[in-house]
Design a protein around this ligand. Sequence first.
Ligand SMILES: CC(C)=CCC/C(C)=C/CC/C(C)=C/CSC[C@H](N)C(=O)O
Length: 320
Amino acid sequence: HAYTTVPDLIGAMDPSFISYMKNSIKFVMKTSGFGDTFIDEMVMGALRTNYGQNTDIPGFVGAVSIAGVQPGLWAVKGGNKQVPEKLVSEAQVQVIQGTVVSVQLLQYQGKNYRVGFFDAEKKEQFKDYDIVIVATPLHDEVSEIDFEDFPSSIENFPQQFHKVTATFVEGVPDPKYFGVDNADDLPNSILTCNDSILVNSQDKKADVFGNPTDVYKFFSNTPPSEDDVKQMFTSKKDIRMATFMAYPEYSTVGEDLPPFVLHDQLYYVNGIELAASAMEMSSIAGKNVALLAYNHWHGNLEKIDEPYLDPALEKDKTEL
Ligand SMILES: CC(C)=CCC/C(C)=C/CC/C(C)=C/CSC[C@H](N)C(=O)O
């Protein structure tokens, strides 16, 4: 079964998730009986770590964020990057390295869409397809794809993305910066719960095989200055920094989310990120879009949106 909108997919998992999307996590947790201290410290700490934001964000992404700070999370030995690598090898697909710049609706040819892209040698190329699935966020400052000759225009969606900086330092942290006297008292993970603090969270990293390292990673909503890093670490061997558009800015609740279908056989996976951005959510959306494309292609319309009701189970119902 597949769904054409994000709320329909999420509501099919559990109808109460719809109200989570329409209210802030603060409201959802308060009305579920949680106290202010738990919300302002634990929930806020989880939100700053995972989304660099605060407890005004919608309850659904807030709940995903709390799921992300529970014990028992796991990673793939050798690195999570193997997930997409194995998807490609298992599916035996042909990967073309390049940057997609346009999708054009074809009116009279055998195929439906013409995809324009710059290949690895920066040469412009075009290829025609029956089905196109966009799996990159269609938002300003994240991607730029022109959709040409569609009966109604397809533009980037209006929501902004949240810029975050991940700083990796191989070195010795200054325990005093975090309010403790000696290094042994410094926890491996520090989640901060105050919007005005530079550091959203800090973590002592293991390598991708689980071996301990002397590398610390901290997230911040603005890039740290050299002086900031000097105050945080008494010595450092190496420092790397990456600033990136990490996930949506979840400032408003109850806003319209992008659909999974942009045109007849043109699909969009990343709308799910406006409900909650996580690789787990992308897997769910990816599977939904694959099923949607399959069901459309084979005319299985009863397997789209409205859950299929077995007529045999309907026999007890009588006409009004
Ligand atoms: C969708 C479900 C059921 C679970 C996902 C829970 C999860 C792992 C959420 C975190 C998602 C996220 C955006 C993480 C950002 S990086 C933060 C990470 N803890 C780190 O320190 O690198």
